[in-house]
Design a protein around this ligand. Structure first.
Ligand code: 4AD
Ligand code: MG
Length: 469
């Protein structure tokens, strides 16, 4: 077969193809469908560069290669040389009249799991190695890329530096205690101290280490030097929460800003979320339309609604009053001091305010040690951003910059000083007011795709009892 430069389907269907019309070109990709009759075959060919497939038309008689044509079934990978022509059919401007086809890889129709359309998302999770080849996951994965790109662009355009924080850590930033251990100790022959404890001095790092639950503490070290930084990396939580909004491995974006108070922090979070959603509306229309049609008819309206409305800001205490006065029957009863459940968050956002909500000033006892204590001594300068359908999408706070107060909180919560001495030193040397927050990347992906389960917005989800692919 003649060697020609490969054209991306994206460029053929979205770009200016005038210079290519009536010329012989090459496309490569996977067969989505094949239909037709004895005389003519129509192949929908997709290379993942966009949701749409290009139509390849084969004049079966003229082609005169039945054996080759038999191999062109759903899922097969082929390379096509053919003439690019204006399309007669509806739905596309151009199509390809095949001149030569090479089959790279067959996909036996009896065995290929994606032979038919309309598989459930649950079934697709069981074939996570193949599901990127579906239209749905093509759309999700392209949106994931666009969203990542927009995140970096937003921060770069606003003077933030991308800080790479470690994945293996010796500290527990959230105090949640649900961490994955990292060790090279032989589990069949664990070294012990004289007292019978595990002897971590013999472990790889000479101490106990874990996968990070958050890049924040190291992020603060960066902010107290570069002023504005952000992290964007994987984080790990070993909670056994099998919900549609929790992953054991998820990606988090954590900006941290010196000289920001909590209001600056809220302003940034709101501007950031609006920017990201507008970016997708402007740049990913085809994929959004596809997902809207298949999964969520209100999707694009809901995205626009976020961009067009000011987020409601109120304190935790005010929110509790609203919930108590609501007359709603909640599974988890509400009173001052309880941690809000997603049913409470969603009531505030979906029923009461009908727009995103930022709650501030939570009780100190349900929040992490690093949050700045308010003058009332009871609440901390926390802020959570709550979204429709999702609940909490961002968690953040102004940080306690006062050494004595922070030290007091560390003692109170039983955190070992020797684990966080380096963090404490930032408050001893050149401390500064500062703030930051963490955005759950997959929570935002859930929102922008309209998918119902967080396992369907990450290529290879890690959840309890599941790390196959
Ligand atoms: O509220 P979290 O636990 O906050 C922190 O980790 C802070 N260190 C952030 C900061 O201030 N720099 O987590 C932040 C966000 C949540 O709002 C949620 O969107 C997401 O991370 N998240 C999860 N996403 C998926 N699966 C999980 N198990 C998640 N846990 C938290
Ligand atoms: Mg939180």
């Amino acid at each position: 077969m003649k060697q020609l430069k490969r054209e991306r389907v994206f460029d053929l269907l979205k770009g200016d193809t005038r210079h290519l019309l009536e010329n012989e070109i090459n496309v490569k990709g996977w067969v989505r469908t094949r239909r037709g009759n004895k005389n003519v075959a129509f192949i929908a060919l997709n290379d993942g560069s966009l949701i749409h497939s290009i139509q390849v038309v084969v004049d079966v008689k003229a082609f005169d290669n039945d054996e080759l044509l038999r191999k062109i079934t759903t899922g097969a990978c082929i390379s096509v040389n053919g003439k690019l022509v204006e399309s007669q059919g509806k739905g596309q401007n151009v199509e390809i009249q095949a001149l030569n086809i090479e089959v790279y890889g067959e996909a036996d129709p009896e065995k290929y799991p994606l032979q038919k359309k309309g598989h459930t998302l649950e079934f697709l999770r069981e074939i996570a190695h193949l599901r990127p080849r579906t239209n749905t996951f093509g759309a999700v994965l392209r949106l994931r890329h666009a969203l990542s790109f927009a995140i970096h662009k937003f921060f770069n355009d606003n003077g933030f530096y991308y800080l790479h924080t470690p994945i293996i850590t010796g500290s527990d930033a959230e105090g949640a205690g649900a961490m994955f251990r990292v060790t090279t100790l032989n589990l069949k022959d664990i070294p012990r101290t004289k007292e019978g404890e595990v002897d971590y001095s013999r472990d790889f790092f000479g101490k106990e280490t874990n996968l990070t639950v958050s890049g924040q503490l190291e992020g603060e070290l960066g902010a107290l030097a570069l002023s504005n930084i952000y992290t964007f990396g994987p984080t790990f939580r070993a909670e056994n929460s099998n919900t549609s909004r929790h992953l054991s491995e998820f990606w988090m974006i954590e900006p941290e800003m010196a000289f920001y108070d909590i209001t600056d922090n809220m302003d940034l979070a709101e501007a950031f979320l609006k920017y990201l959603i507008s970016y997708l509306l402007e740049n990913c229309e085809d994929d959004l339309l596809f997902l809207q049609k298949l999964y969520d008819e209100g999707l694009i309206d809901r995205l626009r609604h976020i961009c067009d409305n000011t987020f409601e800001r109120l304190t935790y205490t005010e929110a509790i009053e609203i919930l108590e006065a609501s007359g709603q029957k909640f599974e988890f009863p509400v009173s001052w001091g309880v941690d809000l459940q997603s049913e409470h968050e969603r009531y505030l956002v979906e029923k009461h305010f009908r727009k995103p909500v930022i709650l501030t000033d939570y009780p100190r006892d349900i929040k992490a040690f690093y949050m700045k204590l308010n003058d009332d001594g009871k609440t901390v300068r926390a802020m959570d951003v709550l979204f429709p359908k999702i609940g909490e999408i961002i968690g953040g706070s102004q940080r306690e910059e006062d050494y004595e107060k922070l030290f007091g909180r560390i003692k109170e919560m039983g955190i070992h000083e020797e684990d966080v001495w380096w963090y404490l030193e930032t408050r001893r040397f050149g401390t500064a007011p500062h703030s930051g927050f963490g955005l759950g990347f997959e929570r935002l992906m859930l929102f922008v795709t309209g998918m119902g389960n967080i396992r369907d917005v990450i290529p290879f989800p890690r959840t309890p009892q599941n790390a196959e692919f």
